[in-house]
Design a protein around this ligand. Structure first.
Ligand SMILES: *Cc1c(COP(=O)(O)O)cnc(C)c1O
Length: 376
């Protein structure tokens, strides 16, 4: 939590649950990534947090945008983004969304199947397309494999087909999985992508761009490699595999840009024992899986949760949300400890929740209002 957030919480004591996000940290994260990889264009992954304050500020800082839907595209345009700086990066799009994006001037589209390519060719004729390949997601706490991406051989055929359809066969993309903590994942993916570039060049098709996706991690409870470590690994792999033909590089960071800029403040609703045989207390918060903490599914993302009790003994807990749904339990297997003094009415802060929280909140499951948001 940044000093600015600490002050804001003390001065305003906002109603919970709420997200408080420090825009200065977003700007700092963006600047840090740009310094680490100065040759890459940064396309902020809008889905991580589409707040207009974030989109507007990043646009002013020179960021571009990776949008997953026509709605996200319209949000970027509303904040002043030029259409040429927006990539329609979802490989699964309605024909009507492709047409609407094309009408807005969007000229870069992702695909990973012949069927999607045909849709783009008829609804966004002449545009730039890039093909997403599947790469290893080992080392990622929130994998994005299986559902997306095609093989290297198929990507090569599809890009030749794209050219035949009158589209600009622009490049390739991959995503190594979100919250990727292994720098080698990017190196393996770059090696794989380079094969397609080389192969197509021998066939007279020169791809211009490699989109390395997102995946850069933030610190939750455990240390993660620094962004500079990722940058170094990426740069050396690009030079090793592309030599004198290094293509334009695109990055699509989401979590890294906004994750550690925000915290969720939440009120403890109940602390109790469930099972006399189990020493663990159950701690119910006023936010849960349906209030925005969707990434606690499978306990994949393990947030750092802090309380105001600084001294005194702690004990093991199960942490659950406030709704009447049995699945609304955040942490039951991951070891969490909280102060023995913790009681209903206390405020806890869930750290590094600037990404993938606000938009995951349900409209009003059980009547609970969606998370409120404070951008400071
Ligand atoms: C979600 C997503 C991203 C952002 O991933 P992070 O792990 O948050 O950096 C980037 N590109 C695509 C295509 C995505 O689906």
């Amino acid at each position: 939590m940044t000093p600015k957030i600490v002050r804001y919480l003390a001065d305003h004591q906002p109603a919970t649950p709420c997200l408080v996000l420090d825009l200065d940290r977003v700007a700092a994260n963006f600047a840090r990534l740009r310094t680490a990889l100065p040759d890459a264009q940064i396309y902020y992954a809008v889905k991580a947090n589409p707040a207009p304050q974030i989109l507007g500020m990043l646009n002013d800082l020179g960021s571009r945008f990776d949008a997953a839907s026509i709605e996200e595209i319209m949000m970027c345009l509303a904040q002043g983004a030029r259409p040429g700086t927006i990539s329609f990066g979802n490989t699964v799009k309605k024909a009507s969304a492709i047409a609407a994006a094309f009408a807005q001037g969007i000229d870069m589209f992702a695909f990973d199947s012949a069927e999607e390519l045909a849709k783009i060719a008829s609804h966004a004729p002449g545009c730039k397309v890039y093909c997403r390949i599947a790469v290893g997601n080992d080392g990622a706490d929130w994998p994005l494999s299986r559902k997306f991406g095609t093989t290297v051989a198929r990507a090569r055929d599809l890009l030749i087909e794209a050219h035949g359809l009158g589209l600009i066969a622009y490049g390739l993309s991959f995503h190594v999985g979100s919250q990727q903590t292994n720098v080698a994942a990017y190196q393996a993916a770059i090696a794989r992508a380079a094969m397609v570039f080389t192969d197509l060049r021998t066939q007279g098709l020169d791809l211009k761009m490699l989109n390395l996706g997102g995946g850069f991690p933030v610190r939750y409870r455990d240390d993660v490699p620094e962004i500079e470590d990722f940058a170094e690994a990426i740069t050396s792999a690009m030079n090793a595999h592309f030599g004198n033909h290094v293509p334009d590089m695109i990055l699509e960071p989401g979590r890294f840009i906004v994750g550690d800029a925000g915290i969720v403040a939440s009120e403890v609703v109940l602390v109790c024992h469930r099972d006399p045989e189990d020493e663990r207390r159950w701690v119910y918060l006023d936010i849960g899986r349906y209030g925005g903490l969707a990434e606690t599914e499978g306990e994949a993302i393990r947030y750092d949760i802090r309380t105001a009790h600084r001294s005194g003994p702690s004990g093991p807990v199960v942490i659950a949300g406030p709704s009447c749904d049995g699945v609304d339990v955040m942490y039951e297997h991951a070891p969490y400890a909280m102060p023995m003094a913790l009681k209903a009415g206390d405020i806890v802060t869930i750290e590094a929740t600037g990404a993938y929280v606000t938009t995951y909140a349900s409209q009003a499951f059980n009547g609970f209002a969606p998370l409120s948001e404070h951008y400071i």
